[in-house]
Design a protein around this ligand. Structure first.
Ligand code: ATP
Length: 218
């Protein structure tokens, strides 16, 4: 069966002055259908670099990322954007919501990019406890509501790959459990979920933990 997300032999180097910084060294990560993987590691170990490669927002210097069997790495920006819209939902810390759109408009916009139906967005708003704030501007939301609205946006296009960067970094412990319950309930059932986190609570929820040290899987 084709893995929903398959990253093979990833290398990424950055130039700093005259030196080259190895940010990722031979990282391979194959996610099985339905799997949730937590990526942990100290600051500077390469977690964000890896997530950017998995999202197709950056290209590896070596290796390849495939999403649902299609190569995502080293595509034209338009082709990468099409693949992202079709397959990938991204959840970042803080708000990735457009400030001038309401919660519902943000969700509907994300949905329209993936050409999804319009039904799931409203279902998500209700299921994620956002009905009361569906017409509100993002700046008026609490931290927990913001995290849940970000989750609704990330899931609106029914992605087969959900990538999350510290999704609970800015919420209370209670809200962290709520957001994780919702994420668990709504994550791609046959797809892949990858969560970069410093939180032991989040890592505990994952099917597998990948620990990075100095750009390598430890
Ligand atoms: N655009 C860049 N230019 C130069 N160096 C970079 C760039 N992006 C990342 N790096 C370097 O690559 C290494 C890995 O960084 P990365 O941000 O992926 O780590 P991280 O594990 O996500 O850290 P944190 O937990 O602090 O977010 C670090 O040494 C960092 O300084």
């Amino acid at each position: 069966m084709t893995p929903p997300l398959d990253a093979h032999g990833l290398h990424r180097f950055f130039r700093r002055g005259d030196t080259e910084v190895p940010a990722l060294l031979d990282v391979t990560l194959t996610c099985h259908p339905g799997e949730m993987v937590a990526v942990t590691g100290p600051s500077g170990s390469g977690k964000s670099t890896l997530l950017n490669l998995l999202a197709g927002l950056d290209d590896p210097d070596g290796g390849v990322v495939r999403v649902a069997g299609e190569r995502l790495s080293h595509r034209t920006p338009a082709a990468a954007a099409r693949l992202r819209a079709r397959h990938i939902g991204v959840l970042t810390q803080g708000s990735a919501l457009f400030a001038h759109l309401t919660v519902r408009e943000n969700v509907r916009f994300a949905e329209s990019l993936s050409r999804a139906s319009g039904v799931r967005g409203d279902e998500l708003i209700e299921a994620l406890g956002l009905s009361a704030v569906r017409g509100s501007a993002p700046r008026t939301l609490s931290g927990g509501e913001t995290a849940r609205a970000g989750l609704a946006v990330a899931l609106a296009g029914s992605p087969s790959v959900l990538l999350a960067d510290e999704p609970t970094a800015e919420v209370s412990t209670d809200e962290e459990h709520t957001v994780l319950d919702l994420l668990d309930r709504w994550r791609p059932p046959a797809g892949a979920t990858v969560i970069v986190t410093h939180s032991a609570v989040v890592a505990d929820r994952a099917d597998r933990v990948v620990h990075l040290v100095d750009g390598r899987i430890a």
